[in-house]
Design a protein around this ligand. Structure first.
Ligand code: ZN
Length: 437
């Protein structure tokens, strides 16, 4: 078993440990989740009080739930939160009532097309109560009176999020953002968290030019809250990825930033092409995950979204079928590899200057030209010629990899060899990240 496979198994095990927890946009489920993740990486946990204004929004009341059920006239539980936390409409207000089936049905949600699956529904900003159940469960309910009990609370409290800042040589940041607000759903939530955690573990052991900020926050309101509290610092984020839905068997989908041609957009296109795996690139749209907030016009950050099957385009989406069998270790590790390759390309993307720009320098006398005459040119020589030709101070290694069609790692290695032989020098980046030419 390769190291990648081991990581896949460990990511899946982490998702399995987090799976039973009833998360929401606030509350103890988020705290329990972050406490488990603190074991994996030194997350700082932040608590933002209910009522805090965050741009056009307000941090909501904190929701917690202890139990919920529906009992029939014989006192038997016909729907039980303890069997699946999806059974409760997420953010349900507390209720204890007896009511006939016809009235109860106004508070029930099912999927008639997928009669064995429980839907996932939320009501964050409208105070109501409800239950989600399989359509077959609903069909079995006799026309009688039912007792419903939701032991939840909606009260002043906090919104909780976790943050891990991994400093690099510069204060420029790469943001990795995941939502942590979904209950027992594996692909939409836990897969992104697991890959982010293992990416953090990997990067912690690497030399880093960039600083990396891992943000684990409830969807929408969490990203909005973070941006509202860090409005002055958000410009330090030069590149970013929202990670979600990265454990299913679908091809990769990379959704570009609003800018469309940000460095992260080009890096992801290159890395996915080089991965050899099937993938698609899609343009930005103002819905989806938290890239919506990072790419809102007041920020317009270079943040895209890496997924496999896009949200809403697989039948298991937001149902009980998005379970631990739906995400596989090898798919999680494939996603982790893409993220690591993206970080390596961002780290390695520099601008150089050819110090011998008048005609080709003679590579052979420097020991760089190793091809035997007439036997064709090794790709490493092609890469060196491309790097020398385009390193006029205005092309980055990413430009050169794109234009030459050669692997980024080979271009980067060529630049390193050419620097060592005195033919190339790296141009220093200025504090704002642009190249000092
Ligand atoms: Zn979702």
């Amino acid at each position: 078993m390769s190291a990648g496979d081991t990581a896949g198994e460990r990511m899946h095990a982490l998702a399995a440990e987090l799976y039973p927890i009833c998360r929401s946009i606030t509350g103890n489920g988020v705290r329990q989740t972050l406490a488990i993740l603190q074991r994996e990486m030194p997350l700082t946990i932040h608590e933002v009080p209910t009522g805090t204004p965050v741009f056009d929004w307000t941090v909501p009341k904190e929701w917690n739930i202890r139990d919920a059920w529906i009992k029939n006239s014989r006192g038997e539980k016909v729907v039980d939160f303890r069997c699946s936390n999806l059974h409760v409409l997420n953010y349900s207000a507390p209720v204890h009532a007896s009511l006939p089936l016809a009235e109860l049905k106004q508070h029930l949600f099912t999927l008639p097309d997928r009669p064995d699956w429980i839907p996932y529904r939320t009501s964050y900003y409208k105070e109501t109560w409800g239950f989600c159940l399989s359509h077959n469960q609903l069909l079995r309910l006799a026309d009688e009176c039912y007792e419903v009990w939701i032991d939840s609370s909606l009260a002043d409290g906090h919104l909780t999020y976790g943050e891990y800042f991994l400093p690099g040589e510069t204060t420029e940041e790469v943001l990795i953002s995941c939502h942590i607000c979904h209950p027992s759903l594996a692909n939409d939530n836990l897969s992104g968290i697991a890959v982010a955690v293992f990416l953090a573990k990997h990067l912690a052991g690497q030399k880093r030019r960039y600083s990396y900020r891992f943000l684990l926050a409830p969807g929408t309101i969490g990203a909005i809250t973070w941006l509202a509290l860090h409005q002055k610092d958000a410009h330090k984020i030069k590149h970013g990825l929202v990670l979600t839905g990265v454990g299913d068997a679908g091809a990769f989908t990379y959704k570009k930033s609003r800018r469309g041609n940000a460095e992260i957009d080009r890096v992801m296109a290159l890395v996915l092409k080089e991965s050899g795996a099937p993938y698609q690139l899609v343009d930005f749209s103002p819905y989806g995950y938290d890239e919506r907030q990072y790419c809102s016009p007041g920020f317009n950050l270079g943040v895209g979204c890496l997924m496999r099957s896009p949200w809403g385009q697989f039948p298991e989406y937001h149902t009980s079928a998005d379970n631990l069998d739906f995400i596989r270790p090898e798919q999680l590790s494939g996603s982790l590899r893409v993220c690591i390759a993206a970080a390596e390309a961002l780290e390695g993307n520099r601008v150089y200057r050819n110090l011998s720009p008048c005609c080709e320098p003679q590579l052979g006398k420097r020991g760089l030209y190793r091809a035997t005459g007439g036997a064709g040119i090794e790709s490493s020589i092609f890469a060196q010629l491309w790097v020398l030709n385009l390193s006029d101070g205005s092309h980055s290694l990413l430009d050169i990899a794109e234009r030459s069609g050669l692997p980024f790692a080979l271009i980067e290695e060529s630049a390193r060899l050419l620097c060592a032989s005195g033919l190339l020098e790296e141009l220093a980046a200025t504090p704002d990240g642009s190249v000092d030419k």
